[in-house]
Design a protein around this ligand. Structure first.
Ligand SMILES: [Zn+2]
Length: 878
């Protein structure tokens, strides 16, 4: 699953055969009854708010029971009977068990094999993207399902945990002109009365409830060919076929590369890729992957250079889940990383094989640096976290599971060796195909191919939060030795406890005119690595070879200067970006002086590669941050103009014919940075004109520059521009353009206009699922407007809560405390805490969001205290 929202579930361990109880379960089902097969039959008509359903659940009741507990939410049960394998049927009464469970009670105990038959009615939501819901596109309605992690129970009563993995047989009754799809191909289709038809799908291989899926609507079909025997189709809302060309090209190529890597053919009979008119979402249902429209479709006339890359990443992620997650399913949600970290690792690895010139190794480094920011907090979670509540389930789908998990896998791949690692992956998938697995199963497979027990090292990263910082010093003599030590990397003012890891450390160094590579494992606080290829002091040493290790490096003595000598020309782009990223992170922790970090900017701002320029810009952004005294911020902007202004002005907002992709990407990063953070007046003026022209004529700005150009124009824009954008976004039908315009509407630095933009969250004109992020969190980026979203939430909380999706897997309310994410004063922190402390208990995953936000404010206050004098000294001299 890919989502901007953070969600999940988890639990306590439960014995497999405990005695069934009249008390409803707390978090998990007790295992006394086990499903072996489901046949579900649903009547789904788009544009209706309810559906009819029946479920025949084949059961093995292992302990005689007069009540069977299942999961069900929002289902109105009309009839239920249990038909034993032999003997008379028994009617069942239903017993409500909290908000997640439903009991089926009998007058006498039942046991052994039988079928529980349930007839019921359920809801089709219009405000949420969880359970069974409907979306509208161009006046037509489409029904979709989305069940991960715990929303299958909104579609049918079921054993809604990933370890209950059994075959499903789905039949849908739908309007005769609609297309109906599920995980498997259609087995039969028959006409029914009242303009309906019955579509019966083939039985599925074993699936957990969260991977069952269906969709109904007036779709168009785009053929994407075959890979081996597997037919591939892209399923689009009516009239959108022309926008599916990139998807139809990328999907078969990426699937072929995945099959080659994994060494197991695609596990299901067909693969449909279904477009949903929502933003920023995808789900790996077996054989029926769903994607957000803006991810999968693009109008060839307005497609951005990034879109093809993002599309390939998302498709590789979801398709890799067909093995990691679907064929082999995590046994319980504490190992969500076994699905998500692997899919995240694959989303760059496979597109990187397909298009080597995309430099996805650099994207990986940036993702690691990004994950470390959340992982440095004392409130960070472990990759593998015990699940004790719905909050834990909601929290498990976060950056730590995805990005830290992906980075840790990459580190072990490099350390064990890519070929051995691949053999381990293949062995693990083959051994557990069609079943469930745990982290221990994966580690066992990997230890076997590695020829050593990798579990202690792997577990040190899975089971504790935090970022290791590795400090290096060189002892030169006849046999040079690298002295390494580790500690937990902590921001200034952090209350997190110290800890250590077993860190796979791979180094590269140049000695005797050759570059040498070697790997070792740092198991203690301190260690020594003998540089076996060197007879005298190496010319330079890179202590994170290929920048694949999940640790930050603190260089002692002259080692930083040496590794970056000659513009770091002996390093790859990914390595240069990784070294600069470490310097940037450590400077905000007081481990590297701001002077040292900023001294790198003039040189690397001129790098030919846009990734490196961006890394230099990230360091320069220190001078625009909270720690810069307000009277010196104008000087900070001047520094940015002086370092980057010439290149940005030469590039301008408008691309020229025949430019390379890299030049276009450099423009996309650099021009808005210099205009916004450097407050470069010429670029701002040009941009204002371009934005007005584009809003009037839809011409003048290329697709790549549209989002940054509208956003920066809004930053400096007036009421006229606001009104034009507001009208345009309400009328716009194209998802991508609506996203771009909402992003701009959330970027006005004029406080009055920022307030006016927030009012749109309560308007019927825009779906709150699209407007929530850009409008509510946009204004927190600027000093002049950062208090406004919290004021808005305090004033309109009840109205907002009524409009927001509130499911466990998709609870928008849990994000609300982040309106204070850029506060940096004690009084604001206390006000945020006072307002939310009790309220977040009702938001799924909310307590952690609040804790993280409050910690972020404390750290900001501490960082400002420690960094302000140094930054002031730098700017005063400048
Ligand atoms: Zn995923």
């Amino acid at each position: 699953m890919k989502s901007s929202l953070v969600l999940a579930i988890f639990c306590l361990s439960i014995p497999a055969f405990s005695t069934p109880s009249l008390e409803p379960p707390k978090l998990r089902l007790d295992g006394s009854a086990q499903p072996s097969h489901y046949a579900v039959d649903l009547t789904l008509v788009p544009d209706r708010d309810t559906f009819r359903g029946s479920a025949d659940i084949s059961l093995d009741v292992r302990t005689p029971a007069d009540i069977i507990w299942l999961n069900a939410v929002g289902l109105e049960i009309q009839a239920a009977i249990f038909q034993p394998a032999s003997g008379a049927a028994l009617p069942a009464r239903t017993v409500t068990g909290g908000d997640q469970f439903l009991g089926f009670a009998f007058d006498r105990p039942i046991s052994g094999a039988g079928v529980l038959h349930v007839a019921y009615q359920g809801k089709i939501s219009r405000i949420s993207n969880a359970g069974v819901f409907q979306l509208e596109e161009d006046g037509r309605w489409y029904v979709y399902s989305q069940f991960e992690p715990t929303d299958a129970r909104r579609a049918f009563p079921c054993f809604d945990e990933p370890s209950f993995k059994v075959p499903w047989q789905v039949t849908l009754h739908v309007p005769k002109d609609d297309l109906a799809l599920s995980n498997t191909p259609v087995e039969s289709e028959t006409s029914e009365a009242n303009g309906m038809k019955a579509v019966r799908f083939k039985p599925s291989p074993p699936l957990p409830s969260y991977l069952v899926a269906f969709t109904v609507g007036p779709f168009d079909i785009v053929d994407a060919g075959r890979v081996g025997p597997t037919p591939l189709r892209v399923i689009v809302p009516k009239g959108k076929s022309a926008d599916a060309q990139d998807a139809a090209t990328a999907i078969p190529q990426l699937l072929k590369l995945l099959e080659d890597y994994i060494g197991i053919p695609f596990p299901y009979e067909k693969l449909d890729s279904v477009v949903m008119p929502v933003s920023d979402f995808a789900m790996e249902n077996a054989g029926l992957i769903t994607y957000a429209e803006s991810s999968l479709l693009a109008d060839p006339a307005t497609e951005t250079i990034n879109h093809k890359r993002e599309l390939a990443g998302i498709c590789a992620h979801e398709m890799s889940h067909q093995w990691f997650g679907d064929l082999v399913t995590t046994a319980w949600w504490n190992d969500t990383w076994l699905n998500e970290a692997f899919a995240t690792w694959m989303e760059r690895k496979i597109p990187g094989e397909w298009k080597p010139d995309w430099d996805l190794a650099v994207t990986e480094v940036n993702a690691r640096v990004g994950a470390m920011r959340s992982d440095e907090l004392a409130s960070a979670r472990e990759i593998r976290q015990p699940i004790q509540s719905n909050d834990d389930i909601a929290n498990a789908f976060d950056d730590i599971t995805y990005e830290k998990g992906g980075a840790v896998i990459e580190m072990f791949e490099h350390w064990i060796g890519p070929e051995k690692f691949r053999a381990g992956v293949q062995a693990y998938l083959k051994q557990h195909a069609w079943g469930n697995a745990t982290a221990g199963d994966f580690e066992a497979a990997m230890s076997k191919v590695a020829g050593r027990d990798v579990a202690p090292a792997f577990d040190s990263f899975l089971d504790q939060p935090g970022v290791p910082e590795v400090s290096i010093a060189l002892k030169c003599g006849r046999h040079p030795v690298l002295e390494v030590s580790q500690k937990r990397s902590l921001p200034v003012g952090s209350q997190a406890k110290p800890q250590t890891w077993q860190i796979p450390i791979c180094v590269a160094y140049e000695a005797n005119g050759t570059v040498h590579h070697q790997c070792s494992l740092l198991t203690e606080t301190k260690g020594e690595i003998e540089l076996t290829g060197a007879e005298k002091c190496p010319a330079w040493i890179l202590p994170n070879d290929e920048e694949t290790g999940y640790y930050q490096v603190a260089y002692q003595d002259e080692l930083l200067k040496k590794v970056l000598a000659d513009h770091g020309g002996h390093l790859t782009v990914a390595e240069r970006v990784g070294v600069l990223g470490d310097v940037d992170s450590l400077s905000s922790e007081g481990e590297v002086s701001a002077q040292t970090a900023l001294a790198l900017v003039p040189e690397f701002s001129q790098d030919p590669d846009w990734h490196v320029v961006q890394a230099a810009a990230d360091i320069a952004a220190l001078l625009k941050g909270e720690s810069v005294p307000s009277n010196l911020r104008a000087k900070g902007a001047r520094f940015i103009r002086q370092q980057f202004g010439d290149r940005a002005t030469a590039l301008g907002w408008v691309s020229k014919p025949g430019e390379s992709d890299d030049t276009r990407l450099l423009r996309q990063k650099l021009v808005p940075f210099v205009a916004s953070s450097g407050e470069e007046s010429e670029l701002i003026e040009q941009d204002e004109k371009l934005a007005r022209e584009w809003l009037a004529t839809r011409r003048g700005i290329g697709p790549d520059m549209l989002a940054p150009a509208l956003r920066v124009a809004a930053e400096f824009g007036n009421r006229d521009l606001f009104n034009s954008l507001r009208t345009a976004v309400i009328e716009e039908r194209d998802h991508h353009l609506r996203e771009v315009m909402l992003d701009a509407l959330g970027s006005f630095r004029n406080p009055e206009l920022a307030r006016a933009a927030l009012d749109l969250l309560l308007s019927k004109d825009i779906d709150v699922r699209e407007s929530f992020y850009p409008l509510l969190f946009g204004p927190i980026s600027f000093l002049d407007t950062r208090d406004i979203p919290f004021e808005f939430v305090k004033q309109h909380l009840n109205e907002l809560l009524k409009r927001l999706p509130r499911e466990v897997g998709e609870d928008y309310a849990a994000m609300l405390p982040q309106v204070g994410a850029t506060f940096c004063e004690t009084k604001d922190r206390n006000a945020l805490d006072a307002f939310f402390a009790d309220r977040v208990k009702d938001y799924n995953g909310g307590p952690r969001t609040l804790a993280q936000t409050l910690e972020g404010i404390d750290l900001c206050i501490a960082a400002r205290k420690s960094m302000a004098p140094e930054l002031a000294a730098f700017l005063n001299k400048y």
